[in-house]
Design a protein around this ligand. Sequence first.
Ligand code: IDC
Length: 531
Amino acid sequence: MDEKNNKTNKTLTGIVIVLGVVIIILLAIVIAGIAGKKKKTTEATTVSNSTEEVNEATKTDATKTDETTENSDTKEGNTEAASQSDCYVEIKNDNSWENSGKFCGGLSISIVNKSSNELKDWKIELSVPDGFVIDGSWNGNFDVKDGKLTITPVEYNGTIGAKQTLKDIGCNVTVGTKEELAALTKGAVLYIGGSVYEGSPVQEEATTEQKAEETTVEPAKKPETETGSPFENHGKLSVKGTDIVDKNGEKYQLKGLSTHGLAWFPEYVNKEAFTYFRDDWGANLIRLAMYTDENGGYCNGGDKNGLKSLIDTGVNAATELGMYVIIDWHILHDLTPVKYQDEAKLFFDEMSKKYKDYDNIIYEICNEPNGGTSWSEVKGYAEEIIPIIRANAPDAIIIVGTPNWSQDVDIAANDPITGYDNIMYAIHFYAATHTDGIRSKVTTAHDKGLPIFVSEFSICDASGNGAIDYGQADKWFELIGNYNLSYAGWNISNKNETSSILKPSCSKKNGWSDDDLSETGIWLKKTIGSN
Ligand code: IDC
């Protein structure tokens, strides 16, 4: 019995020991498991924390870079601080058609840059199927090799401004099937300066950075104005009835010239050139034309900082010379000012803050609405932009474009913008195309009390080229004289087109003589001098 008990006891003890060991092992496993999990969780938290930290650090760095190295950034281009997820390429298939059993379609390609850095040296790569053919392409160099399409910039769109989208790159292609065509809209890789940029095309609200930019513009210091200059004598202008009047309430007429697109003919924005127009021609006005949507324009791949610094050079040169200056948001290809309304708001906010202490600036908020854009649409846009300018420049003259390439002043006269002083409306004419019909619109609008500004005209046809019509030009100037209209002639450049005031062979940037002037130049010089 004892022995039996002993045995039983031993067996029980053995079981207890084994169970104990098993439990200990199990416990150890469980504890190790929990510990492992804990460790992983901690790791995960640490990773995401540190990612956030890195992001924060990048953000701060990026902001710093923005503040301090605008120049070096634009000079050297790129990208160091541009977050790679802020930039990406988007490909859309706009249309498709069948041709001889194959599939053809149009691809439109944009590069979105949401970062605060200018991007240079971009390249897009896209895998393409066998039998892929490019039938035509625009605004890029398209190269197909080893099943890969590579797109690189052309001369004028190699730089993508901060917070800009480079658009209008595109091609027509032929592939074997509909599916192959659809697949081309996916999987494109964007390289900037050799690195992959692969942000996602999620549209965001204006970033806080953007909003901050809106409010941190420092007013520029107005330069001294020459004594005896037009501004010294006439001061701040305002609109009274249909007329511009000077600081003494006397009727005043602005007359001068418009630059060509600042992006293409920047070399004529210099003080010596403006001095020549003031002293040799009798001009008191310079219009700075900043295209928005043409390739290389402010909203289409243009170098924004470069363009704004040209405006600054022009504004300061004109101010020193005591000339008046129009900052012209030169919409044209964009058809409606609404297309870049958000850009326009930021731009005019910045300009009017920067030049708030200047009294010689005129804001032209939309050169030529066209393509069927209605007056109510233009008016709606104007009612968004005017208060932004007014917040900083309470009295500045603002010129509003009118439908049909700024011809329909009669329509604007039926429904003018109310609630603001010093608003004028643009009429543009090209004398060889626009004759009695458009002049009668001016007469109608003027008779209804609309203040009209001829902020652009020439004496050739509407293409800016073709033959000069001196007879119609004289009729226009009769009207201009009768109604005391202010005017700016198109354009200061040596481009080989009739409206340029310089001969194509003239390469001088200022200090011209009559020999350097085109026929249009000769006529305009005489006209400004005597009207
Ligand atoms: C023309 C320029 C021409 C340029 C073209 C761009 O003269 O060199 O290639 O723009 O689209 C306007 C416009 C003005 C035009 C001008 C002549 O405001 O930008 O300039 N024009 O076509 N309205 C009527 C005529």
